[in-house]
Ligand binder design. Structure first.
Ligand code: HPA
Length: 269
C-alpha cells in the first residue's frame, strides 16, 4: 500500500505545477465551494493511478487543483465511504497521498444527524472531537512511517483553527454549534434506539464519514478542521423518516454559510 501511495503522489507531482499546503474534502455541504475555486487542473479519479472510484449519488469524483482565498489548494470532489464497500485503507488513501504531496492543513465537511437536543436542522457544527464507531481503525495493520504505532488523539481537531472559525462566524453573524461527531459505518440511518445510544456515548452529530480520514490525517501530522451540517434530528420525540435526498436538501440550504467560513479560514490561515 505504501508503495502505491508514493507512486500516486509521484504521478500527481509531475502533473501539478503548484505546491499546495491546504486541501479540502468537499463532503456534503461544501459542494458549492468547488465553484469558487479558480481551477487550474481537474483530474478525474479514474485517471489517477491506484485511486478508488466514487460511486455514491451527489459525489462526483475529481481532484481539483487551483486557488481559493488566494491560496494554492487541492480539493477532493467526492470522497470514499466505508459503506460503499471500500476498505479503510482505500477510504483514507487520498489523505495519505495528500501528505506525500506536502499538505499541512485539511478541511473536511459532512452531513450528520443531530443527537444533541439543542440542535436544529440546518445548524452548522464545528467538530471539536470525534468518536470512532466504525468497525475498524484505518491504522490497523503495519504502521506507516508518518506517525507512531500508538498515536496520541488528544487534539485531532486543531484548536487554533476552531478559534479562527469561531471568530469568522461571529464577524459574519453566522450561528455555529460545537460538538462531537460520531462516525459510524452506515448505510442505514439510525433507529431511535441507536440515536439514543449514540447520545449516551457522547455524540452531538452522527454520520457515515470523516472519522477515518481524520485519524489518518492526524497520524500524518496534518492540521484538521471539520464541520458537520445537521440535516436531521435524532432526538427522542423529534425523529421523523429521512432519506438521502432530504439530507442533501437540508445541506444545500446552508452550504453557502459553511463555504463562507471555510473560504475565509483558508484566506487567513
Ligand atoms: N445518521 C447517519 N448519517 C447521517 C445522518 C444520520 O442521521 N444524517 C446525515 N448523515
Amino acid at each position: 500500500m505504501y508503495e502505491k501511495i508514493q507512486a500516486t503522489a509521484q504521478w500527481l507531482k509531475e502533473k501539478i505545477t503548484s505546491k499546495p499546503e491546504t486541501a479540502i474534502i468537499l463532503g456534503t455541504g461544501l459542494g458549492r465551494l468547488a465553484d469558487e475555486i479558480e481551477v487550474t487542473d481537474r483530474i478525474p479519479y479514474s485517471e489517477i493511478p491506484n485511486m478508488p472510484v466514487s460511486t455514491v449519488e451527489g459525489h462526483s469524483g475529481c481532484l481539483l487543483v487551483g486557488k481559493l482565498g488566494g491560496k494554492d489548494i487541492l480539493a477532493m470532489q467526492g470522497r470514499f465511504h466505508y459503506y460503499e464497500g471500500y476498505s479503510m485503507k482505500e477510504v483514507t488513501f487520498p489523505v495519505r497521498v495528500m501528505y506525500e504531496l506536502g499538505i499541512k492543513t485539511l478541511f473536511v465537511s459532512n452531513a450528520g444527524g443531530g443527537t444533541n437536543p439543542d440542535f436544529n436542522i440546518g445548524d452548522l457544527m464545528i467538530i471539536t472531537d470525534h468518536i470512532n464507531h466504525f468497525p475498524e481503525n484505518p491504522l490497523r495493520g503495519k504502521n506507516f512511517p508518518t506517525g507512531p504505532r500508538f498515536p496520541d488523539m488528544s487534539e485531532v481537531y486543531d484548536k487554533e483553527l476552531i478559534r479562527l472559525a469561531d471568530s469568522i462566524a461571529k464577524e459574519k453573524n453566522i450561528k455555529v454549534q460545537h460538538g462531537v461527531y460520531l462516525g459510524t459505518q452506515g448505510p442505514t440511518f439510525e433507529t431511535p434506539a441507536e440515536y439514543k445510544m449514540f447520545r449516551l456515548l457522547g455524540a452531538d452529530s452522527v454520520g457515515m464519514s470523516t472519522v477515518p480520514e481524520a485519524i489518518v490525517a492526524h497520524h500524518c501530522g496534518i492540521k484538521l478542521f471539520g464541520m458537520s451540517i445537521i440535516t436531521d434530528i435524532g432526538v427522542e420525540g423529534k425523529i421523523v423518516e429521512i432519506s438521502h435526498e432530504e439530507v442533501q436538501k437540508a445541506a444545500n440550504a446552508v452550504q453557502p454559510l459553511m463555504a463562507e467560513i471555510m473560504r475565509e479560514m483558508i484566506r487567513r490561515s
